[in-house]
Design a binder for this molecule. Sequence first.
Ligand SMILES: *Cc1c(COP(=O)(O)O)cnc(C)c1O
Length: 382
Amino acid sequence: MNSFQSVRDLLHAWQPEIPVYCVYPHVYSDSTRSFLAGFPGRVLYAVKANDEPAVVRLMHQAGITDFDCASLPEVALVSENCPGAKCYFMVPVRLRGAARAAQEQYGVRHFVVDHPKGLELLAGEIDMKKSVVFARMAVHHNSAIYDLSAKFGAEPREIPGLIKAIALLGAEPALAFNVGSSVRSPEAYRHALGVAADVLAELPFRLRLVDIGGGYPRSYPGYVMPPLDDYFDVIREGIRALPLAEGGEILGEPGRALAAPGLSALVEVLLRKDDRLYINDGLYGAFWELRFEGHNRYPVRAYRKGEALNGGEQRSFRLLGPTCDSTDQLPGAVDLPENIDTGDYLEFGHIGAYSLGGRTRFNGHYSDKIVYIDDSHELPPM
Ligand SMILES: *Cc1c(COP(=O)(O)O)cnc(C)c1O
């Protein structure tokens, strides 16, 4: 992978005609360490938020030792890139044979189920006696942008039965839930931890592990979320009331909060038409997440001939992707220097979560150009 001191250096050396994704190692390192310091439990990085090997390795180097994987290829990726790391196979529906391979080839011991039939399938593939099996509980709260209980999770009243069945099959039972993604209020965690406390109190024995899932948000322009510390405070308070076994532990599965900060997308302006800029990346590329409810743009900065273009009048521009599809338009307008023009470059910051993993080859557009920006004084647009 190429390295540059700065995006300016990159543009002086090379005027890329396809999008370039810039990894800022020190930004990932700082934001990951700060999440680890604040979160009141064990942190599992949810690999699906950004499975670029360079990013996964940076998470590991910054101190993440546990990874939330949802497929065998994700388990393989983490195992190959992060020596000594532990993978948790945290999806209740898997390809046939995937749990067996994860355990036999990669030593995975942690799995999740949300249905008696799913438990039967899992028990047919793994050695239950050396495994921990989480029962995933559905929790609904209106402050999550994406309701992750709309698809997976057993209702709270079904959880005690599922947990007893896991124990009867010889595995250590545990509890898991996911409040949602981009959770707008810490109250969602308070609510879920309250439901969990009630369920745990009903059990004839105490569990050691509770996995409270992902959902910790990041702010984007025009889309400001409470600080992560507000979430950590509510969680710290909520877990105090959980009846857990001796040596009990809380796990969390942040994806977005860890993946978002340290990556930018550098794109070229292919054509300016008045207040419309056609760029070489779009909704079929790294910007795909903007199709969904939530934030509608990323922080941006402009470059001309390798130097930052700023000062002067600002004006609002619409951004359009390179494909022939009329819907390939970014939903949020962005403010840029009024004189921005064809051939200039734009750098979008904070684009590390749910971007690279969803690029398609639609219409023949696809970039796999990923570089490091090494100077620790350089920061992506924020
Ligand atoms: C997607 C997902 C996560 C990560 O969610 P974020 O909102 O990115 O933190 C964690 N756990 C599970 C089971 C998921 O599906």
